[in-house]
Design a binder for this molecule. Structure first.
Ligand code: SF4
Ligand code: SF4
Length: 307
């Protein structure tokens, strides 16, 4: 297996992924498989092909190009991914950009060169670079070299992680080059975590405890964050369990992320069939009143909500 992950996207001028103006590097591949994943195209570590119906002008050039007969208007997802060999020739011939390759190789020097152009914006806004995904630690050696390169250039480095990684390797390779860690705490019940995220949460909770202890001892700040997913993570029972975990571990601050249903459209583009049940339950944006109720559960326990 390659030691370099595929890069999904590098988004510049972000104001939503940490302090100041940031460039966000989205790395493809994740050890979890959350039902509500807001970036479903980042789940698999391999390159994929996406199709955007709204952009397609119906010229049929791609159908004529494809030697595998993988494309058909009869197919609700347009591409038969069981047949497609990912040659990407249809993308080359598509005049509208409706077909796209998802996930591209990039060397460390290419990545650093592309992001470092924005250093003047980072410097004036106290921003920097954020590694997200997917799960940025999926290829630990690659990430280690990249974060080290940015630190050497004086850039603030933030990692957004699901916490499912080997702690010793993270501590040795990544930790010394990071300024801030955003850490997802989604579901406290182990069975529910497995049901909705595909793995148990033991490693995630243990890793968090170790990193947070280091923070209390003067180490890198670790901000735990919970996505508010209707009827899954936003239940009174789950939020109360998270609060008690935070109190036990002397956590004083958290961030809550309101759910949005845009991932379902992304699922269709990438050919992931969502179960009707999950789509039914998750078709609405989370109401601001519900977000406030969830915030109250934390603030009444003396835990600050970072906006
Ligand atoms: S990537 Fe290749 S095989 Fe797949 S649909 Fe396009 S042309 Fe056909
Ligand atoms: S080549 Fe592009 S624009 Fe033409 S039919 Fe295929 S996807 Fe649509």
């Amino acid at each position: 297996m390659s030691k370099s992950p595929l890069i999904l996207e590098i988004k510049g001028n972000s104001l939503d992924d940490g302090p100041g103006i940031r460039s966000v590097v989205f790395i493809k591949g994740c050890p979890l498989s959350c039902t509500w994943c807001h970036n479903p195209e980042s789940k698999k570590a391999i390159a994929e092909i996406s199709f955007e119906t709204k952009t397609c002008i119906g010229c049929n050039t791609c159908i004529e190009t494809c030697t595998m007969d993988a494309l058909s208007r009869e197919n609700p997802f347009y591409i038969d991914r069981a047949v497609c060999n990912l040659c990407f020739e249809c993308i080359e011939t598509c005049p509208s950009g409706a077909l796209e390759q998802v996930g591209k190789e990039m060397s460390i020097s290419e990545l650093v060169e592309k992001v470092i152009k924005d250093k003047p914006f980072f410097d004036t806004s106290k921003g920097g670079v954020t590694f997200s995904g997917g799960e940025p630690t999926i290829k630990m050696e690659f990430l280690a070299e990249v974060v080290k390169a940015f630190k050497e250039k004086g850039v603030h480095v933030l990692i957004e992680t699901c916490g499912q990684f080997n702690y010793e390797r993270f501590n040795e390779l990544i930790y010394p080059h990071v300024d801030l860690i955003y850490y997802d705490i989604k579901i406290m019940n182990g069975d529910d975590h497995k049901k909705y995220c595909g793995t148990s949460n033991e490693t995630i909770l243990e890793n968090f405890k170790k990193l947070h202890r280091k923070f209390l001892d003067g180490g890198v700040e670790v901000l735990p964050r919970t996505p508010l997913i209707p009827n899954i993570t936003d239940t009174e029972k789950n939020l109360a369990a998270i609060v008690s975990f935070y109190k036990e571990n002397r956590v004083e601050k958290t961030q809550l992320m309101a759910y949005h249903p845009l991932w379902q459209e992304k699922n269709r583009k990438i050919g992931i069939k969502s179960s009707a049940n999950s789509e039914e339950k998750m078709s609405e944006w989370l109401a601001s009143e519900r977000v406030k109720e969830c915030e109250k559960i934390f603030s009444e326990a003396g835990i600050l909500i970072e906006k």
